[in-house]
Design a protein around this ligand. Structure first.
Ligand code: HEC
Length: 125
């Protein structure tokens, strides 16, 4: 048994590395559970500094696409592509500069609810 101590150690290091660098979705959902409301979305956009690259609600940098109207694209039913962008940007575009923020499902929901609200407001203005 003792001779395999190093193996247990290795497995532990690999396991910890996995959780750190590529935390599984169940873990994100467990540790980063938020109320999926537009208000939470506002906070998350600030917390993850999305505006350092994107314009959101007309404010922010132009290093990445302006997100205005993004939730109203007709070729994205149930916002599947948007969700994937937020879950794992490289899954949509392999060489993208968009970082993976390891967002939980409820965080993604909150951001999308906020962006949807912004787009609706933009329409009536
Ligand atoms: C370091 C810069 C950077 C940050 C920070 C960033 N993004 Fe992005 N994002 C990008 C780039 C660049 C693209 C365009 C990807 C491409 O076409 O390669 C993108 C694409 C997107 C898209 C898809 C846009 C489209 O036209 O389909 C969404 C949605 C998005 N980002 C949302 C967010 C949100 C929400 C945040 C904050 C949680 C965020 N991004 C933070 C750089 C960034």
């Amino acid at each position: 048994m003792r001779r395999y101590g190093w193996l247990v150690g290795l497995a532990l290091i690999l396991g910890l590395g996995w959780f750190f660098f590529d935390p599984p979705r169940f873990w994100l959902n467990l540790t980063k559970q938020v109320e999926p409301t537009p208000e939470t979305g506002v906070q998350l956009v600030v917390q993850y500094d999305c505006r350092s690259c994107h314009q959101i609600g007309g404010v922010g940098a132009l290093k990445a696409p302006n997100l205005q109207g993004i939730t109203q694209r007709i070729n994205d039913p149930a916002q599947m592509t948007l969700r994937l962008w937020l879950q794992n940007p490289r899954a949509v575009k392999g060489n993208t500069a968009m970082p993976n923020f390891h967002l939980s499902d409820s965080e993604i929901e909150a951001i999308l609810v906020y962006l949807t609200q912004l787009d609706r407001q933009g329409q009536t203005r």
